[in-house]
Every structure is written in C-alpha cells, then in structure tokens.
Design a protein around this ligand. Structure first.
Ligand code: IVH
Length: 703
C-alpha cells in the first residue's frame, strides 16, 4: 500500500498507522536488541521512527502510551537495556613515542594541506583512566546516560548515573539537546577505601580504580552505585541542537559553565614540540593528581578543522592518545607453549611465574613468533641487541592498557647455566603436520588445514565470537566441548545440531552444566542467528587479513551475499573489472584482495561455505544513508588533480556524505569527479556514459 503524506492522513488513518508502527518498531527493537537479528535496515528503522513522530506531531492526542518515540532500547534478556548512540562513541588511536606525535601532526597537515610551519593549535588533555559515559539532556533535563559499549550500542545506566554527584540532573541555559561525554572514574583514595571495605566483607578486591569504577557504574541496583564514590570529567559531546563553541577548549569551557567538572590540566599547544613539553609536565604531576591517568590526548583545537578531518572507521583523524610507558615487572619464564590459531599460525606464548602488574595478575605473555624469541626482527636485524629468550630465563614483562602482556627484555646475568636456545617446532603440536614458513612471512603455519583439529576449533570459536555470529550460550568453551564430542566439525554443523539429535534438548540437558532450559535457549539462539547481516557473515568466515572493519566495508560495497560471492569468484582475473573494483574499496589492499580471492577459490572452503550458507538468511547491508545528502549511496571516483582539497579530504568528505569512493570506473560508477590531467579513467567514464563533474561542480553539488 502506498504511504499517504502525513498532512493528508485522516484521524482514523493516523490512529491505525500509529498502532501499526508501534507494533513494527516494537518487534524491530526486540529483534535488534534481544536477538541481535535485525530485520529492518537502520535507514528504514529511522525512517519509520521519523514518520511515527511526524504523525504524533500532527495528532498529539493520538500519541500512544507505548509510543516508539519514548523508547530508545528494549530491555535485553538480562542486565541493562541497550542504547543505540545517535552519534557513535569513537575510540582513539594509541601511540607511545615522540616520533609518532610528529607523524600525527604531519598527517593532519597533509590532509588539510597546511604548510609544516603554519600555526596549528591542539589541546592536550590528561587521558582519564575510567570508562566513558554519554549523558543526554533534553530541555535541560538529564534523560539518559549510556556506556560506550561497542561504540554503536551501549548500556542504559541512567539510574546509576543519577547517583553520581558530579553529574548535574538539570542544566540552565543549555542547548535543547545536549549529549555530554566524558569519563567516570574513581579517585585513588576512594579506591583504596573501597577495597578495604570489600576485604572486610570477605569480597574480592578490585584490581585497579578503572575496574572499580566500571564495576560500580554497571550495577543493576543503583543504590550500590550511590555508595561508591564515583566522579566525572566532561571532555566531549555527542548530539547537539546548537554548537557549544568554535574550538575544543571553548566547548570544554562551555561545559564547565553549564556545571560539569572539567580537567584543570587541559592546555593549548601550538604544534608537536609544545605538545610533548606538556606531556612531560603532566607525566611528572601524574602521581600527585589523586586519580589515574594513562596518557595525554591531543585534539585539533579548531572545531571546523575537526569537522574537515572527520573519522576513520573507529577513530577520529583529529585526535590521538599519547600513552604513558607501560608498567614493567620481572619474572621467571617457566615454559613456552605453542598455540595454533584458526589460520594455522603457530603462536608462541610465554608461561610465566604469576606476577602482579598494575593490579592484574599476569601469568602468560605473547612471544610473537620464532624470530622474536631468537632476538631478531622480521628483516633479520637484531632486537634486544640480539639476546634470545630461553625457558628458565628471567624476563621483563610489560602490560600496556588491556592488551596481552609482552616481553620487553631478558636478564642475561640471571640466565641459568644449563639454559639452551629455544627450538621452534617445525611440526604442528596438535595434528603433527609440517609447519612451514613461507618466504617473507614471519609466522610458521601448520599445513594440516581442515584436518588440523586446532584450526577447526579456532575457526569455529571465531565464527561464534562477539563480532561474528555472537550466539548466546555458544562461546569458546562450549565450542570446544561440542567439538571434542564430535558434535560439530565445521560452522554448518552448528545449524543442524538441533535436528541431528532429534531430541537435541534431551541429549544436551544430560550434559554437565546443561539443563532443559539452557538447552532450549541455546537452540533458540542458534535459530535466531540464522538471520545474519552480511558483514558479520564475512567476518565470521575468518578469512586471513579480513577483519571486522574490512568486512563492513566489503558488505557495504557489495550489498548482498549474491553480489559479493559472484564478485569474489570473478576477481580471480586480475585484469578484469571485479578485481579492480575490489582493489578500489577503501582499506582493501593487494594482500587482502588476494586472500579473499584465494578463499573463494579453494575447493574445500567452497564446499563448506555452500553447506553453511544453505542454513542462513543473509541480510543485505546498505551503506549508511545520510539524510539530505545528494550523494548518499552513490559510487564516486576522483581522478586527475584536485585544486580545492587533498585527495584524502575529498574522499573522506564524500564518505561522510554516504558516498562510496572507488578507485576505478565501471558500470556501477555514478559520478566521476575529474580535475586537470585526468586520463584513462575520464576516458572510460565517457565511454560508459558515466556522469562527469568538474571539482567545482562537485563542490556545488555537495554544498
Ligand atoms: S576523546 C572521539 N578525551 O579514552 C574521541 N577521550 O581511547 C573521543 N578518554 O573512549 C574520546 N580521557 O574513554 C577523549 N580527554 C579525553 C579522554 C578520553 C580519557 C578515554 C575515553 C575514550 C578512550 C579512547
């Protein structure tokens, strides 16, 4: 049925449609939040929600008690309701060295086409070691607070945030819509006090103030949060109905005037030399601050420039985190264990005499690869002055942030006289196949492929992981157990589990740790997981070099499984358009493209893939629709010299407007933007009858 213009709706029609929309959006919410199996695209969901609001605006008295307008998330099966951030909460790229700060500044200047000596201000702000929170105010009233979650969807912790005295409940003279973002943290003294109380109650102490802050905010009972002394610093924002200021520092001052605590050590620096000076200054004051910081964040101060710089997939181009050096500790290397990953890579892991670093007990650390153990890098140059690492050695271990601990060095003066150089295995420790190292590669891989149990299990663990199929009740542990029992050998088997056992529940419920209810729940989760968005499927396949972001880019570019699959088969021909198109996707280079093509060419994986896909309902993925953008969803190619901005900025802007930027012209291209000196691409566009614009015409089009 064609949709009637909101202005033309009768009362009866409006009433019926509001009921219908409440039903559809309610189901969509449940599918999205509880089953992680959305059936509406984000764009369609937003459109229906807007239509619902428009109808309510025209007939305010028809607004339903269960209006979708008032609901942001639906309570998930357990725990907190989920909140979809209107503007994603990004994270920051971490760097550790002065050179990387100079490189950051150089990248920013290159993107903006600024001379190396042109003045360019950055803020330097302490990087508070807590957890980020987004607090939404409407009409000056706190209406919602959400954790970062995965950046797109966080948890609704409104009731708990209201218990933090630093966070104002009402604001005076604030923008009508204001999302304030910042860090919830626990001061050191309060942390020590809390751990004393925990101990007195016989409870486990928190490892560090950050864990204590996170544990205290993510409490189902807000009264517990109230008793925990949490504090807050504001340093960023999300949705705004009007700008706060022209500069980062101005915006922070505005937030301070509105009543938010802001950090007193924020500074303005002109260029990297001043930034580094400020970093050293803060480093010396660190111990006296009374709360944990783990580095300094630099941000381009001018908000117009921030806007021009924009974002990469998960991090802004206009900011970077300069972390403090990681904490070190010395301990005994008791053993070296070889783990076999899903791609067959043999990864050496150091088994350490347990030691506490930064409040966390560390008992293993990565050793990277055989060269690293032997004391050389991938080019054969010495690292650690060529000192190798042996079982029985005393080693210096460090931990930076939440990442896997690493080994920095080895203490030769404590080496036992009988220690021998480590012999890296040339056979897979799990299946016994040869483990070979291809020329130019730093890792040694098991050649067992599909016959290697370690690879099979690891592939399936990846398949069910959070960013992939994310099946509730089927984690790494269960996969291992089911594999051992011979219940599942490949991903497709997961979807036949219930049928194969006829009474799958009966079989499962007699297993240790399983009851009728949990078994039923697992099968329901597996059934729901059949509806999978294309990007998650691509990521789940575990194709080498194809990570989460690349999977999303691929899904957005190809849209449907059919398109993607056909294109990957056709891309074998490196002279053909399919390969060209693949290589033109942002973030896809030769190595990833070749890996994709190999994957879809390999006989065994093809057969396994066919078995898997037969069980799935693969949902198309659309490039994010940008409302009001004339180029949303269009494929654009830039060629020739651009005169008004750098190529990188042109590409970033087009992408921010929802366009796909490709490196090659094909029948799928919508617009070619051609500057002076355009050559073969322009010619091809003319041949294919693709719309060609000058840079000026393009700028006029996008405004
Ligand atoms: S800005 C788009 N500023 O660090 C940029 N983050 O690694 C958003 N953090 O998730 C972040 N102090 O939890 C920013 N002054 C500061 C910060 C800060 C701490 C945390 C924050 C963020 C993480 C990124």
């Amino acid at each position: 049925m064609a949709e009637i213009e909101v202005d033309a709706l009768t009362r009866a029609q409006a009433k019926a449609e509001l009921a219908h929309l409440a039903d559809v959006l309610g189901k969509a919410n449940a599918a999205y939040y509880q089953k992680d199996a959305p059936f509406l695209s984000d764009a369609e969901y937003d459109r229906l929600k807007r239509r619902n609001m428009a109808i309510e605006a025209r007939f305010p008295d028809l607004k339903r008690a269960d209006s979708p307008t008032d609901r942001i998330g639906a309570p998930p099966s357990a725990g907190f309701a989920k909140v979809r951030h209107k503007i994603p909460m990004m994270s920051l790229a971490d760097v550790f060295t002065d050179e990387e700060i100079y490189a950051f500044d150089a990248r920013v200047r290159k993107f903006l086409n600024f001379a190396p000596d042109a003045p360019l201000d950055y803020t330097a702000e302490p990087k508070i070691d807590g957890l980020s929170l987004s607090i939404r105010y409407e009409g000056g009233k706190l209406v919602q607070a959400a954790t970062r979650g995965d950046g797109s969807v966080g948890e609704d912790v409104t009731a708990n945030a209201r218990m933090i005295p630093d966070i104002p409940q009402t604001l005076v003279d604030a923008p009508d819509i204001l999302e304030v973002r910042g860090e919830v943290y626990m001061p050191d003294a309060a942390f020590a006090e809390l751990n004393k109380t925990q101990a007195a109650k016989g409870l486990k102490p928190f490892a560090n103030p950050r864990n204590a802050a996170a544990g205290s905010l993510r409490q189902l009972d807000p009264q517990v949060t109230r008793e925990r002394p949490l504090k807050f610093f504001a340093y960023a924002w999300g949705e705004l109905s009007e700008p706060l200021a022209d500069t980062q520092l101005g915006a922070i001052h505005h937030l301070a005037r509105l009543g938010f605590p802001t950090n007193t050590h924020n500074a303005l620096c002109n260029g990297p030399a001043e930034m580094l000076q400020h970093y050293r200054q803060i480093e010396t004051e660190r111990a006296l601050l009374g709360y944990d910081i783990d580095g300094v964040v630099y941000k381009v101060n001018d908000l117009a420039l921030q806007k021009r710089l924009g974002f990469r997939a998960t991090t802004p181009r206009w900011a970077i985190a300069h972390k403090f050096p990681a904490e070190l500790a010395t301990t005994l290397l008791e053993d070296i264990e070889i783990q076999v990953g899903r791609t067959g890579a043999l990864s050496p892991v150091a088994k350490l005499k347990p030691i506490t670093i930064g409040g966390v007990v560390v008992s293993s650390a990565t050793l990277h690869n055989e060269d690293y153990i032997a004391g050389r890098d991938s080019h054969g140059n010495p690292i650690r002055d060529g000192r190798d690492i042996r079982i029985g050695d005393w080693v210096i271990v460090y931990r930076a942030g939440d990442v896997i601990p690493k080994i920095k060095d080895v203490l030769l003066d404590r080496r036992p006289p009988d220690a021998v150089p480590y012999q890296f295995p040339h056979k897979c420790p799990v299946c016994g196949s040869d483990a070979v190292r291809e020329p130019g590669e730093s890792v040694r891989r098991c050649t067992g492929g599909i016959i290697c149990p370690a690879q099979q299990v690891e592939k399936m663990k990846h398949f069910v992981s959070r960013a992939a199929f994310d099946i509730e009740g089927l984690g790494a542990k269960q996969v291992e157990m089911f594999y051992k029992d011979g219940w599942i050998r490949e991903p497709a088997d997961i979807f036949t589990l219930e049928d194969r056992f006829g009474h799958g529940v009966q079989q499962l419920k007699n297993r240790e740790g399983w009851g009728e209810k949990s078994a039923q729940k697992l099968f329901a989760a597996i059934r729901a997981a059949r509806h999978v968005p294309l990007n998650r499927l691509i990521f789940a396949l575990g194709i080498r070099h194809v990570g989460e972001t690349a999977s999303l880019m691929l899904a957005r570019f190809y849209g449907s499984w059919q398109n993607f699959h056909t294109a990957m088969e056709q891309a074998r021909d490196h002279d053909g358009p399919a390969w060209q198109a693949l290589m033109g996707i942002d973030g896809v280079g030769e190595v990833m493209a070749a890996s994709l093509v190999d994957y879809f060419h390999e006989e065994k994986t093809r057969a396994a893939l066919e078995r898997l896909v037969a069980h799935l309902d693969i949902q198309n993925v659309e490039a994010p629709h940008v409302a009001g953008s004339p180029v949303s969803g269009k494929t654009v190619v830039f060629t020739g010299t651009l005169e008004h901005m750098t190529r990188a900025e042109a590409k970033a802007r087009a992408e921010a407007l929802g366009a796909k930027v490709s490196g090659s012209v094909s029948g799928h291209t919508d617009i070619v933007v051609a500057g002076p000196k355009a050559g073969s691409k322009l010619k091809k566009a003319r041949e294919l009858g693709v719309k060609v614009l000058s840079e000026k015409e393009w700028l006029a089009l996008i405004g």
